[in-house]
Design a protein around this ligand. Structure first.
Ligand code: ADP
Ligand code: MG
Length: 626
């Protein structure tokens, strides 16, 4: 895969004009802001010295939203007003998010469309909650850097789709931040570790945070990174380790019914116990105020590891799949650990065993993403005239459009490096067709019905022509943030239409995994379906062409017998097209094609003779346009 260098237009700065650019890790659990200070990227602390801002916001009717630690404390008493792990809801529809919302005990606003939460402070969307978190980080940066921020690089999980990325950008805009670039989190971690190093090799970035898991495979060559593949699970993280422990506590205590507040307490107690088990072999969980019965419960690290082993194994399965996608010849040379959950000893062991290498843990796994984002922000703001390279990301699922017969023509294949622009030429299917419906799809399967529909638009104003004569160029552009723009342009008239894809619902990781798995397990079936659709299409085209030819020249160029023979075969083919037998359609199409060859030849002779005789183009048009 070729590595493209991205030139940022209009961003070559004057020598002394250093821009204030920050990197923001907008995490599910914790958010951080970092910037270059004294030549080094460092995370910025708040006035009490804390660098991690819990991604938690409490809403109340009588004061502005409270963000961070204070909100976490209130959360125990006011669970429905205290929104946490909100990143899981970014860019998702209400129906889609219902189960997650119920699990978190939030109240969802009625109605379709994007998720909104009902709080005492009013209804808020995940975008607004994220904006409240970003505002606090922006203020912190302004205070520490001593002036307004010129731009920010904000990180997102590699699996975020267009809607989720757009939602993140919207949140930044609401918070008054100019987004220089959205950057995949694992990519940012690689920047933090690698851009200054001259080492060569292949690197896996394993990021297990609070709510998401990402795995990326990168190749480092001559000091430049190339992203080979990404994978992961947007619904797996430290929260799930907490939940596994909480379930165990409940089971051990005879499954009592909890209030929402007690449930929060239990979550907090489980998380604290989990974190202590990182350094200790056994810990006591204090259940006072957590369970109706109170008391304490002792758990050993062994027991805990038994509880979380299935979750750790799930991450390794995703690693295996990503390695397959990366098509490596040799083993991975380095593993970068990212995210607070990679502190869990079992996770480190399992990852080391899987890749047969000890993972790198030199940079604080909580800070590594923000640090990498700050380095990228510095480059993008133009503070490094020496031309450091930017990292490139890949798209997680193929993008394409619907063609005749319900088939999907892939235009940008999965794992293509972005930004990317790919064009393909299409044509009309019917004589005199003046509009073209463009249906944009995402997925790996062959048939439209098995892929995810992203958007529809129409190109109008195509001049009437014979089927197949129009040249319509369809261009897919995915920008560096992963946002898709599709345009269609007709060559003769220059008629043009385009759309920026902002699907209203995000894809969950299960859906992505499911779609990929389906594309593998249905490969044979898909080939059959594709063959049938293609045969049908060829038959339709022949039938359509013959119909208009017969109308124009049937009487003049064919005997009654010839006409009857062709009509008979056409009826047969028409019947077969409705059926499922691809081979029979193929045979009959060929037969009808041979039978009508002489007719086609006579028509061609006739038009050549007419052309030589100087017959006006208008009358020719009449003949071919039904
Ligand atoms: P995110 O990127 O989702 O915001 P982070 O990278 O900040 O998440 O990781 C937060 C997760 O890390 C939480 O689930 C937290 O409990 C977990 N974590 C933090 N410290 C430890 C530790 N010492 N041992 C185990 N887990 C930890
Ligand atoms: Mg993280």
């Amino acid at each position: 895969m070729a590595l493209l260098q991205i030139a940022e237009p209009g961003q070559s700065p004057l020598p002394h004009q250093v821009k204030r650019a920050v990197g923001i890790d907008l995490g599910t659990t914790n958010s951080l802001v970092a910037a270059m200070r004294g030549g080094r990227a460092t995370v910025l602390p708040d006035e009490s010295g804390a660098v991690m801002l819990p991604s938690v916001v409490n809403y109340s009717a009588d004061r502005p939203p409270l963000v961070g630690m204070g909100a976490v404390e209130l959360g125990v008493h006011r669970p429905a007003d205290t929104l946490m792990s909100i990143k899981r809801f970014m860019g998702r529809g209400s129906e889609d998010a219902l189960a997650d919302a119920q699990r978190s005990r939030y109240r969802l606003a009625e109605g379709q469309g994007l998720v909104r939460f009902v709080t005492s402070g009013g209804e808020v969307s995940p975008v607004e909650v994220s904006a409240d978190i970003l505002r606090v980080l922006r203020r912190r940066a302004v205070d520490t850097l001593g002036g307004d921020i010129d731009g920010a690089v904000i990180t997102v999980p590699a699996y975020f789709d267009e809607a989720q990325r757009q939602a993140t950008k919207d949140a930044a805009k609401l918070a008054g931040l100019r987004v220089l670039r959205l950057l995949n989190e694992p990519t940012a971690a690689a920047v933090a570790y690698g851009l200054d190093s001259a080492e060569e090799g292949v690197i896996a970035v394993y990021d297990l945070g609070g709510g998401t898991f990402d795995i990326s495979i990168l190749r480092l060559q001559k000091g430049v990174f190339e992203v080979l593949a990404t994978g992961g699970d947007t619904a797996l993280g430290g929260d799930d380790l907490d939940a596994a422990l909480a379930d165990w506590v409940l089971e051990e205590s005879g499954s009592p019914t909890l209030t929402a507040g007690q449930f929060r307490q239990l979550q907090a107690a489980s998380r604290a116990a989990k974190e202590r088990l990182t350094d200790q072999q056994e810990v006591d969980i204090d259940l006072q105020g957590v369970l109706p019965a109170g008391g304490t419960l002792r758990i050993t690290r062994d027991t805990f590891e038994g509880l979380i082993l299935p979750l750790v194994k799930r991450t390794l399965r995703a690693c295996r799949k990503c390695l397959r996608d990366a098509e490596l010849e040799a083993a991975v040379d380095n593993i970068v650990m990212v995210g607070g959950s990679t502190r869990v000893p079992l996770v480190r062991e399992a990852v080391g065993e899987f890749f047969k290498r000890s993972p790198l843990i030199d940079i604080d796994p909580d800070q590594v993403v923000a640090i990498g984002a700050a380095i990228q922000a510095d480059i993008l703001a133009g503070n490094r005239p020496e031309g450091d390279l930017l990292l490139l990301d890949v798209i997680p699922l193929s993008l394409g459009i619907e063609t005749m017969g319900g088939l999907v023509e892939k235009i940008v294949p999965r794992n293509t490096t972005i930004p990317v622009s790919r064009a393909q030429e299409f044509t009309t299917f019917k004589d005199g067709q003046t509009a073209l419906a463009v249906h944009i799809l995402q997925g790996e399967r062959e048939m439209v019905s098995d892929c995810r529909s992203l958007a529809h638009f129409e190109l109008r104003g195509i001049p009437p022509m014979v089927a197949g004569a129009a040249r319509i160029q369809v261009t897919f552009q995915v920008d560096a943030d992963g946002l898709l723009n599709v345009s269609a342009r007709e060559a003769i008239t220059g008629a043009e239409a385009s759309i920026t894809v902002k699907p209203s619902f995000g894809l969950s990781d299960e859906e992505i995994t499911g779609m990929l798995q389906a594309s593998f397990s249905h490969a044979a079936e898909d080939k059959e379906a594709r063959k049938l659709a293609e045969e049908r299409l060829a038959a339709w085209q022949l039938l359509e062409g013959l119909k208009s030819a017969l109308k124009a020249d049937g009487e003049a160029l064919l005997s009654a017998e010839e006409r009857a023979a062709i009509a008979g075969q056409m009826t047969d083919l028409q019947a077969l097209v409705e059926g499922q037998d691809a081979q029979a359609i193929h045979t009959q199409t060929e037969q009808l094609g041979r039978l009508s060859e002489a007719f086609a030849a006579r028509r061609m002779d006739k038009s050549i003779r007419q052309a030589l005789a100087g017959v006006s183009l208008d009358s020719l048009d009449d003949e071919v346009t039904p």
